[in-house]
Design a protein. Sequence first.
Length: 367
Amino acid sequence: MSPTVTVIVGARPNFVKLAPVVHALRDRPGVAVRILHSGQHYDPALSAAFIEQLGLPPPDENLSVGSGTHAEQTAGVLVGVERALLRDRPDAMIVAGDVNSTLAAALAGVKLGIPIVHVEAGLRSGDWAMPEEINRVLTDRVADLLLCTSADAVGNLAIEGIAGERVVLAGNTMIDSLHRLVGHANTSELLASLGLERRRLALVTLHRPAVVDDPERLAAVLAVLERLADQLPVVFPMHPRTRARLQSIGPRRARKLVLLEPLSYLDFLALESAARLVITDSGGVQEETSALGVPCLTYRTTTERPVTLELGTNRLVGTDPAALAAACREELALARDFAPAAIPLWDGHAGERAAAAIAAMLARGAQ
Ligand code: UD1
Ligand code: UDP
């Protein structure tokens, strides 16, 4: 009988990170892949559109856990995943990144003795106030195979005593998705329909609780973006969390910005690859901008992706609005060639290396 692997998806970035792993596993003979969707993200713009554009098969099951407090959401996924695993016990489980669904699924699996694979293991911001940091550290602690995007992540795991053949530097699967689809993104008509020109736009994504949940902090960063909009169009596809916060402080605070609903992956790649400048608090966007050679200002005090600062196009500006305004001015004064960064193993083949490592783990387990 072929070994079965259950892949857990739940939130927007999970689809982008896991699609290359699913494709590579399905290309290998002898591994059956099941997809279990936690339902953490449920709006079509955050979920179904990604499944379709990334060519993922429809999930075999959706737990429809939805939104809630951290405890509600994590508990919902824990209970739902355990039930699914008891019904259809796989030979291994794959989780990705750092969202609540990642930790909850890993916890359900490890208690049942199912080997856990963590894609994008070992990243550390050092900021324990971030829910994602808690999710990453605890998921790594229970994982049996830890697939890292960069050498610093391997080093972080070694400091925590996690080393040996269970840690594999596979490269960045999120960048595999970008390599595969950025060409298709050029067919997006979004730029033209918004009347935008290449390299004459700033793209913004902000959704971290630390940046958007406090009304004063949100108003302060919007004021910087409004001033930037006097220089070039500022396009802001808004995560639902941010949209809700903007409604409560008054949508007029963003009247000069081009506010959009969350974009499909292809439309987002079209804007991201055409941008003069990206301002973000996203994890994945810090990586994608480096791979595209587009300058990125990260509006956070820490990053778990230091390789994008060292080898890429990312600059950590902190969360002082004045520092962001100064960084925008400095960036726009520079002449840029938009050369993609060369980061080891961000080469479009990380999914294949991940699948090979997973197959090797399954083979060891079968002995
Ligand atoms: C989650 C992740 C974050 C990740 C982000 C990716 C955690 C703790 N956070 O944050 O690390 O960067 O996803 O986008 O797992 N909502 C909708 N429609 C949806 C989903 C959510 O309207 O389909 C709204 C709800 O009001 C919800 C809020 O967004 O309360 C937050 O959603 P949630 O999944 O809890 O966290 P994110 O902010 O999306
Ligand atoms: N993304 C997208 N549309 C958007 C915003 C982001 O397709 O409107 C993609 C982006 O290209 C990247 C991923 O979503 O692949 C990043 O997800 P997000 O910023 O929500 O989460 P994080 O990476 O911070 O966990």
